[in-house]
Design a protein around this ligand. Structure first.
Ligand SMILES: *[C@@H]1O[C@H](CO)[C@@H](O)[C@H](O)[C@H]1NC(C)=O
Length: 148
C-alpha cells in the first residue's frame, strides 16, 4: 500500500499555504498521528486483502503473522487486529486534541485520509477492487451528490 507511505505525505504537502516550514518538518519526522494512521491503515488493508494477496503470492500479511505468532484462527487474529485498529484511532483522536502547533487543516488532512482508508477497506479491499462498493461511494459524491 504505497499510498500510505511517503506518497501520501507528498500529497499533504500539495496543501499550499497551510504548510509552513515547521509543519513540513513535523510531517517528515513521522509524528504519532501519522504513525497511527499508517499502522491502522496497514492493518485494515491486510485484513481486507490478505486472502487475495496470498493467492497472488504476496508476502505474508499481518493476519498470517498474527495467526502464526499466537497460534490462533484467522477470525481470532482479525478480532485482535481490529482492537489494534481501534487503538490507532484512539491515538489519532488523542493527537488531534493534543497538538496545537500545527495548522488544523493539515491535521484534518491526515484525519480525512485515514477516514478514506477506513471506508476503502471496510468490508472488502475497495482499493484493489474499486468496482464494488467504492464505485457507488464515488458516484454518490461526484455524480449524484445529495443536495444540502
Ligand atoms: C475533512 O473532512 C471534513 C468532513 O468531510 C470536511 O468538512 C473538511 O473540509 C475536510 N478537511 C480537510 C482539510 O480535508
Amino acid at each position: 500500500m504505497a499510498f500510505l507511505g511517503l506518497n501520501w505525505r507528498l500529497l499533504l504537502l500539495v496543501s499550499g499555504d497551510i504548510v509552513t516550514r515547521d509543519s513540513f518538518e513535523w510531517l517528515f519526522n513521522i509524528p504519532e498521528i501519522v504513525k497511527a494512521s499508517e499502522s491502522g491503515g496497514r492493518l485494515k488493508d491486510d485484513m481486507a486483502s490478505h486472502k487475495f494477496e496470498q493467492k497472488r503470492g504476496h508476502v505474508t500479511s499481518d493476519v498470517e503473522c498474527y495467526m502464526k505468532e499466537y497460534g490462533v484462527t484467522e477470525e481470532e487474529a482479525k478480532v485482535a487486529l481490529t482492537k489494534q485498529v481501534d487503538n490507532a484511532w484512539k491515538d489519532i483522536n488523542k493527537e488531534l486534541l493534543r497538538i496545537n502547533t500545527i495548522p488544523r487543516p493539515l491535521l484534518f488532512r491526515v484525519l480525512n485520509l485515514t477516514r478514506v482508508i477506513e471506508v476503502l477497506y471496510k468490508n472488502e479491499d475497495g482499493y484493489t477492487h474499486p468496482s464494488g462498493v467504492v464505485k457507488g461511494f464515488v458516484a454518490s459524491v461526484l455524480i449524484r451528490p445529495v443536495p444540502i
